[in-house]
Design a protein around this ligand. Structure first.
Ligand code: COA
Length: 285
């Protein structure tokens, strides 16, 4: 399927393994190898890179949702096409492809200019956890199945999977599933905060749409600064965090094209039009 709002799609470098649809401000990005449970092959790496490049500059795409076709979110890296069949590639080409995979799956997503939501509709294994954690937020179907299956086939959760889960899962849960390779459900994933929420599958798209709508109402410039600040501050001490956050706050205000803080303050204090505690200021007025 091509991108309905922009006309991008196959001609722009995707469409075989990844499909996109931009509608009402939401870019629905679907890993599309359902017969292979959306296992991530070099084709998905290539196409997701192109999609993320294009969506970043597409004003019609305000919030990105990443999901999978059929009954899988993604069965992780493709053991055959991503690992085995690349073993004989020239080393620099294999390294480049692995680096491109790391880029789209977490580094790029984590600092992406727009909010991102993982919509976990089904199977989610191994390398798919990088995408899951790379997205800002995640909503799963209650009966989706998650697994850190690496131990089951004799490797450690590499790429950056172990780091990813250590950032969001409690230690006992992370260690348990890394070491046993047992599966767990979307409901359990929500309980251990790997995802924000789990809902019945038939409500998943509506739930994600509601969340995306909430994000669309916020000032996108400030939203971008919020997520960047969060990721940097997690790696800093208290003193550096204070310095960084105050400077980041000033820079964000200074560069905000819609002068959100002035609008918000005026709508609350002078016009008494809204309550910041209960929702966003009116961006249109
Ligand atoms: N890599 C390569 N191929 C994969 C794959 C993966 N990660 N996951 C699924 N496939 C392929 C299967 O080999 C099969 O291909 P075939 O039709 O040519 O035989 C096809 O996708 C369907 O898989 P199948 O196992 O028949 O589907 P299922 O619905 O019965 O089971 C899973 C789904 C996800 C439980 C199972 O496919 C699985 O365990 N996949 C591997 C998950 C994993 O360990 N991922 C970690 C990678 S780091």
């Amino acid at each position: 399927m091509s991108d309905t709002a922009t006309g991008l799609g196959e001609g722009a470098g995707w469409g075989e393994f990844v499909t996109t649809e931009v509608r009402d401000g939401i870019a629905w990005i679907t890993l599309n190898r359902p017969d292979k449970r959306n296992a991530i092959n070099p084709g998905i790496v290539r196409e997701m890179t192109a999609v993320l490049d294009a969506m970043e500059g597409d004003d019609a795409a305000e919030v990105l949702v990443i999901t999978g076709a059929g009954d899988a979110f993604s069965a992780g890296q493709d053991l055959k096409e991503y690992f085995r069949e690349t073993e004989n590639w020239p080393p620099h080409e294999r390294d480049r492809m692995f680096a491109a995979n790391a880029a789209w799956q977490w580094r790029r997503l984590m600092y992406y200019r727009k909010p991102t939501i993982a919509m976990v509709n089904g199977w989610c294994f191994g390398g798919a956890f990088q995408v899951l954690v790379g997205c800002d937020l995640a909503i799963a179907a209650e009966d989706a199945t998650f697994g850190l299956s690496e131990i089951n086939w004799g490797i450690i959760p590499a790429g950056i999977v172990t780091k990813s889960v250590s950032m969001v899962m409690p230690q006992r849960d992370a260690m348990y599933y890394i070491m046993t390779g047992e599966t767990f459900s979307g409901t359990q994933a929500a309980e251990m905060r790997l995802v924000n929420k789990a809902v019945p599958l038939d409500q998943l798209r509506d739930e994600v749409t509601r969340l995306a709508e909430t994000l669309r109402k916020k000032n996108p410039h400030v939203l971008r600064a919020c997520k960047t600040a969060y990721h940097h501050v997690r790696q800093m001490g208290w003193e550096q965090s204070l310095e960084y956050l105050m400077a980041k706050s000033d820079a964000t205000k200074f560069r905000d094209p819609e002068r959100g803080d002035e609008k918000g303050m005026s709508q609350f204090i002078d016009q008494k039009k809204f309550k910041p505690g209960l929702g966003a200021y009116d961006r249109e007025s």
